[in-house]
Unconditional design. Structure first.
Length: 264
């Protein structure tokens, strides 16, 4: 068993509570939506889910720090929970079922923090994925009803499927030429967006994905799931983990070649 098994069990409890709260307001005609200073939307469900998770953590892990998208950082120490209450808020408020709650535990190591537990729960899709460092990655309805995840073994770009979120971010950062070259060279491209491409990399149904601008809470849970499935997760600069403000994930075999498209 992993040293983080109890933390993983707790993360599932947190995800269960968040799923109940978010599904209760999904497609509600009176859902309240505001615009944050960065011009992205936030719904009452985002805030309620994060408050709910924070309340559970305060009772179960009072010494741990918490970082969430909606309410920032609280506490200090060598263990930090990172929360995105609804990854895919724009989908959520439009009634598109592709959104998820992302919950990660990060622990302090030499040089910073690394994710060691990750749960991604997408209740409107009826899907959940999770991993703890050293214990593998899984998908299923519960810890007792799960299938182990394994990244693909595709080894050539021309045979690979590449997933992304949108074109605009690549253009804004001067990376559109590399993005288009990759799209032309690989077998297939699809714009699934948000958490889903990373989960498909872990499942082996997509071979690589990348995004040009992300926050820590967008990535932390995804990292450990991808890596425990045998894949690789870095920034576009090749730095391991969720610390570069952007992301590239792959089955590992294609990773260096994937990064090469964005560092020309």
């Amino acid at each position: 068993m992993s040293d983080y098994h109890d933390d993983l069990r707790l993360a599932h409890v947190l995800a269960d509570a968040a799923d109940a709260a978010t599904m209760d307001r999904f497609k509600a005609l009176d859902l309240k939506v505001e615009t944050k200073p960065d011009m992205t939307p936030v719904s009452e469900a985002d805030k309620a889910a994060e408050e709910l998770i924070r309340g559970h953590l305060q009772r179960a892990r009072p010494r741990d720090a918490v970082l969430g998208e909606e309410f920032g950082a609280e506490g200090t120490g060598p263990r930090r929970w990172v929360i995105d209450p609804i990854d895919g808020t724009k989908n959520y408020v439009r009634g598109v079922p592709v959104w998820a709650t992302l919950i990660s535990l990060m622990v302090q190591v030499e040089g910073g923090f690394e994710p060691v537990v990750g749960v991604v729960s997408a209740p409107a899709l009826g899907r959940r994925w999770w991993a703890a460092k050293g214990s593998g990655a899984f998908t299923g309805r519960s810890l007792l009803s799960a299938t182990r995840l394994q990244a693909s073994r595709v080894g050539r770009i021309e045979d690979a499927s590449f997933a992304y979120s949108s074109l605009s971010g690549w253009e804004e950062r001067g990376m559109l030429p590399g993005f288009l070259d990759l799209s032309r060279d690989c077998w297939r491209t699809r714009g699934y967006g948000d958490f889903w491409p990373y989960m498909m990399v872990a499942e082996g149904s997509v071979d690589m994905c990348a995004e040009p601008e992300l926050s820590l809470w967008d990535m932390a849970a995804n990292v450990v799931i991808v890596e425990e499935a045998g894949g690789r997760f870095t920034g576009l600069d090749g730095r391991p983990g969720p610390h570069s403000g952007n992301a590239a994930a792959s089955n590992g075999l294609l990773h260096d070649e994937l990064l090469g498209y964005f560092t020309k």
